[in-house]
Design a protein around this ligand. Structure first.
Ligand code: ADP
Ligand code: ADP
Length: 219
């Protein structure tokens, strides 16, 4: 079954087109890299998939729902319950510990404390963060913080993970560690993955490449 089905999707910021007729299907469990030069529309495409940006034109089915037809509240709920997101940086709460950061999505989803504890400890262990789980996010290394961001995005076992330059702020060694942790977890959970990147080393981890140029898919 397709997790993502876009047909003829157009998005403009004012008069400036950012997506100019995107047709894209992504099957359940696929791991897709979206690449292309700066300004070609990669982040805009990710925002459309996340349902934070509604297209001006075209049809948009994500996780079986017509995202364009949902009310804002239902789109937000779908995002919270069934998607995870990882950004380049800054998406952990610096004042909270890594353990607290990983607990947040499950708390928002109304999990029971005992279940939350079990799921969070398992994710911290699998990401190699057990030893630093009590440190505040602001006090760990960039690589540890990004692994924790991956954990926070996956701890509720979403169907779709969206990542925007997830290793863009890291050196090569830390970037590889983060990508390995991300890919292992996603593969084990069967999560469909879309990663926006301009780093070939990141794209090499994924099994399908989608190239963009000037608001369109190419190749
Ligand atoms: P990429 O992620 O590939 O760098 P973006 O999706 O961020 O590309 O941007 C695509 C185009 O849309 C660019 O020309 C960019 O300047 C423009 N753009 C992106 N976000 C906005 C916005 N919020 N307001 C106006 N223009 C935007
Ligand atoms: P990326 O290349 O990852 O999209 P950018 O630096 O282009 O990163 O964009 C960072 C933020 O600024 C995004 O939220 C994007 O929507 C917004 N943005 C990008 N281009 C413009 C623009 N021309 N006008 C207003 N906002 C923009």
């Amino acid at each position: 079954a397709a997790v993502v089905e876009l047909a003829g999707v157009h998005v403009s910021y004012g008069a400036d087109p950012a997506l100019r007729g995107i047709d894209l299907q992504i099957a359940a469990g696929e791991q897709v890299a979206v690449m292309g030069p700066s300004g070609c529309g990669k982040s805009t495409l990710l925002h459309v998939l996340a349902g934070v940006l509604v297209p001006d034109e075209g049809s948009l089915r994500v996780l079986g729902d017509d995202l364009g037809g949902l009310r804002d509240k239902d789109r937000a709920q779908l995002r919270l319950a069934r998607m995870g997101m990882v950004f380049q940086f800054g998406d952990l709460i610096g004042e909270l510990t890594l353990r607290e950061n990983l607990s947040l999505p499950l708390q928002l989803l109304g999990g029971r404390p005992a279940q939350i504890r079990v799921a969070v400890e398992a994710m911290l262990e699998r990401l190699g963060l057990g030893e630093v789980a009590d440190r505040r996010a602001a006090q760990v290394s960039g690589g540890q913080a990004q692994r924790a961001a991956v954990g926070r995005a996956l701890v509720h076992q979403p169907s779709l993970l969206l990542a925007d330059e997830p290793t863009g702020a890291l050196d090569t060694v830390a970037a590889d560690t983060v990508m390995e942790a991300l890919m292992e977890t996603v593969t084990e959970q069967g999560t469909t993955l879309v990663v926006v990147t301009h780093d070939n080393r990141v794209a090499a981890h994924l099994d399908r490449l989608v190239s963009m140029r000037d608001g369109e898919l190419v190749g």
